[in-house]
Design a binder for this molecule. Structure first.
Ligand code: GDP
Length: 296
């Protein structure tokens, strides 16, 4: 299922890890994503208000980490359903006052099914009713044994609200990333995943893509599902115009024929003609399949 299998091993070089945040509702996923973004995104941006494009990158000790800014299981599951390995590492947010809840278990199941390592962010440790040891026991029962207890799950106490422990969380992510194969060929076939997409009244379909292999450039022709087009413009997560985006880079693109589905894979084609033909064939196949399906 790894999408870069066709690349020669010697052509692969390290790329930033891609991280997604899962966990039970209200345990602090959104707050944590915002805190990380605000603390670690490179300085020097006007106003510090960055637009949300579904993914961002932070730098920790000179190394980049890509965060998928779409909390919740839907995007993760959508990517998996279409065969894309969306994330390299899952941050499982568990509120230290609330402990393991149904969606915590669900998130663990998703991560395990995708064979993606889990780092636990034990959140809300600032709360007077926080009970970290109780939660660690709960995690251990689910085979996420904290490393301080001899297991191999990194459990990092944090407060997203008070921005405590975020550096430790970045450390834990980079440490986990070292243990797994996180490579791509920047000169190889251009492949990636649609992270977010919508239609803009004046600019047409806009999609946030995560490049996973190769380097996407302005002027490239891509196909994502039944959406295709020549990319007219590309922006980084800060909204700045860019001309190229390599592996693990989130990029917002304009120029697609329609709004692609989240989780859809995209690939580059040599010409618009070729891309259109691929899309036409996909549409015909979908229509034929719909015609064969029994009426509900
Ligand atoms: P999500 O549903 O997992 O995205 O959770 P949110 O980020 O929306 O947070 C749910 C609630 O918990 C909000 O009221 C947050 O302010 C609060 N919250 C999040 N992180 C912390 C934390 O570290 N400490 C405390 N005390 N509250 C937090």
């Amino acid at each position: 299922r790894r999408i870069i299998l066709s690349e020669k091993p010697e052509s692969l070089i390290p790329r930033p890890p891609v991280v997604t945040i899962l966990g039970h509702v209200d345990h602090g996923k959104t707050t944590l994503l915002d805190a990380i973004r605000n603390t670690n995104v490179a300085e020097g941006e006007a106003g510090g208000i960055t637009q949300h494009i579904g993914a961002y990158q932070v730098e920790h000790k000179g190394r980049l980490i890509t965060f998928l800014d779409t909390p919740g299981h839907a995007a993760f599951t959508a990517m998996r359903a279409r065969g894309a390995q969306g994330a390299d590492i899952v941050i499982l947010v568990v509120a230290a006052n609330d402990g393991v809840m149904p969606q915590t278990r669900e998130a663990i199941a998703h991560a395990r099914a995708a064979r993606v390592p889990i780092v636990v962010a034990l959140n809300k440790i600032d709360r007077p009713d926080a009970n970290p040891d109780f939660v660690k026991r709960q995690l251990a029962e689910l085979d996420l044994v904290p490393d301080e207890w001899g297991g191999n799950t990194l459990v990092v106490p944090v407060s997203a609200k008070q921005r405590i422990g975020l550096e430790d969380l970045m450390e834990a992510i980079l440490l986990t990333a070292e243990g797994i194969e996180i490579r791509a060929n920047p000169k190889g076939k251009v492949i990636g995943t649609v992270v977010e997409a919508q239609v803009d009244k004046s600019r047409g379909p806009i999609a946030t893509l995560l490049v996973q292999n190769g380097t996407l450039e302005v002027g490239d022709v891509i196909v994502a599902g039944t959406a295709y087009g020549k990319l007219r413009a590309m922006f980084d997560f800060r909204g700045r115009k860019i001309r190229a985006a390599g592996p693990s880079t989130p990029v917002q693109v304009m120029g697609l024929s329609e709004v692609p589905e989240v989780g859809e894979l995209f690939t580059r084609y040599d010409s618009e003609r070729e891309a259109r033909a691929v899309v036409e064939q996909r549409k015909q196949e979908a229509a034929a399949k719909a015609a064969r399906a029994p009426k509900a």
